[in-house]
Design a binder for this molecule. Structure first.
Ligand code: ADP
Length: 477
């Protein structure tokens, strides 16, 4: 039996902002359910630990107190309380404490507040591992929010209790490093490393410290794992990551096929599958009617679902739509994020009231209807570590049109399951869309694309086996 403590800032079904929640909500369970022979040859007891965010969707009645201990900040002790509940047989721990309960949202607009909150959480999670009867063999952190747990682990490895612990850091988004944490490091009694392999500016930022400390770094797709070693994607850490390249790999995220299943999805107006597509058009009609677009089964619907951010390429959409007015289409955007880009998209709806709907909010139900009712999902991401939206889209029969980068390149097959464009330019997306729209005009060809995408297998089992194999390698070393 191998014990793994999986640390994340968010996880379905408790709290979700983006793809990290999908992964943290499904990978630990997939690892627990792996047959012993797959990957590790061992049974994996993976347990999840999350901050007890104020916005959490957990019934407080089901939370059982487990342990309580102090976390020291500038000599003052802050009580950390750990609660437990069970999710499909897996223990899930929630940590509460002042820096966590002070925050009104999962991530705040104030980076310093977030650093405090997640530094406290990371250190408390590590301390919890030290105090429980159940002892992890591996600490598996995710992104900058929990990276300091690995740094604290490495710098405290002199402690015999901690010496036997191994560490993995999964990298979901390299540019989000947590910012300058000089204050937070000092407050929690951590000193910056002097290792010159890490650039000076990075020695006080949570994510680089985690990358420096982890026994293994996993990017969320093989292509992103290679891209981060280059100046275009390495964010200034490429030279450091190249030196560590023997410990850097890429494992594609999977999808929770039960949570994302068009055959059983309760948010849809009609359930369907690859073999029984008859009910899919009902979703298109419901989507058009719900958003006040003309109900036309033949009109291609282009959609985008995601954080409204430069990363996602939302900024090029106005130019793209304006240069395709000669073609029939409707466009739906669902997302929230950067206020300037949100406004630009609201203006697109004003400019094209008959064709464009910009829905600026987080809406899980509507997202499902869009995947099921739209014809194409656009992802012109500048970089995309893995991307889940394109996988969900394919599973729901919505054909992805994507920039050939990161995980998009690893999941969308040009000419078979979707359309890829190479250059990071509006004209390249326009060209891909024109090709996609012309294919859409030939129903048989379009059906083939749709069918190919729906037949792809994005389940966690293969990726979970790769993580299990990695755990085993770490334990052997
Ligand atoms: P990222 O992790 O970079 O945000 P991903 O494509 O990996 O992007 O995952 C995004 C996830 O969040 C998908 O499950 C997507 O459906 C969901 N999502 C993003 N924005 C919204 C929104 N506004 N409403 C509903 N779901 C959303």
């Amino acid at each position: 039996m191998l014990n793994i403590l999986f640390l994340a800032a968010e996880a379905e079904p408790f709290v979700k902002v983006g793809g990290l929640a999908d992964v943290a909500g499904s990978l630990p369970l997939a690892l627990r359910n792996l047959p012993e022979r797959a990957g590790s040859g061992m049974q994996l007891d993976v347990r999840l630990v999350l901050p007890l965010h104020r916005v959490l969707r957990a019934e407080s009645a089901t939370l059982r107190p487990v342990v309580e201990f102090p976390v020291y900040r500038r000599g003052r002790s802050i009580p950390a309380r750990v609660f437990e509940m069970s999710m499909a047989g897996m223990p899930v721990y929630f940590i509460s404490g002042e820096p966590i309960s002070n925050a009104t949202s999962v991530y705040s607009q104030d980076p310093a507040l977030d650093r405090e909150k997640f530094a406290f959480f990371s250190l408390a999670a590590l301390e919890m591992a030290n105090r429980m009867v159940w002892q992890p063999d591996i600490i598996h952190a995710n992104d900058w929010h929990t990276a300091l747990a690995l740094y604290a682990l490495r710098t405290r490895r002199v402690d015999p209790q901690m010496r036997r612990l191994h560490s993995v850091l999964t990298l979901h988004n390299l540019p989000f490093m947590g910012g300058d944490g000089t204050d937070v490091l000092a407050a929690y009694g951590l000193t910056a490393p002097s290792d010159e392999a890490l650039p000076g500016w990075a020695r006080t930022q949570p994510l680089p410290l985690g990358l420096w400390s982890a026994d293994a770094v996993v990017a969320v797709s093989p292509t992103y794992g290679r891209e981060i070693l280059t100046p275009d994607f390495g964010c200034g850490l490429e030279a450091f990551l190249q030196k560590r390249s023997a410990s850097v790999s890429g494992i594609l995220n999977g999808l929770d096929l039960t949570a994302w299943d068009p055959e059983t999805d309760k948010c849809l107006s009609g359930n369907f599958s690859a073999g029984h597509l008859q009910a899919r058009p009902a979703n298109k009609a419901a989507l058009q009617s719900q958003l006040g677009l003309q109900e036309d089964p033949l009109m291609p619907i282009l959609a985008m679902i995601g954080r409204i951010d430069q990363q996602k390429g939302v900024d090029i959409i106005p130019e793209v739509l304006r240069s395709m007015t000669d073609l029939p289409w409707q466009f739906i955007l669902l997302g929230s994020g950067d206020p300037i880009l949100e406004n630009a998209m609201r203006n697109m709806q004003l400019e094209f009231p008959e064709r464009v709907r910009s829905v600026i909010r987080f809406d899980a139900q509507l997202s499902r209807l869009i995947y099921a009712g739209a014809d194409m999902l656009l992802m012109p991401s500048r970089y995309e570590p893995c991307g889940l939206a394109q996988m969900i889209a394919m599973r729901y029969g919505c054909v992805p049109v994507v920039h050939a980068t990161g995980g998009l390149k690893d999941t969308v097959l040009e000419g078979k399951t979707g359309f890829l464009f190479q250059k990071e330019e509006p004209s390249a997306l326009v060209e891909a869309l024109r090709q996609a729209l012309s294919t859409y005009a030939s129903p048989e060809k379009w059906e083939q694309f749709r069918h190919n995408g729906m037949m792809e297998n994005f389940s966690w089992s293969r990726s979970a086996a790769k993580y299990a194999e990695l755990y085993r390698t770490l334990m052997k070393n």
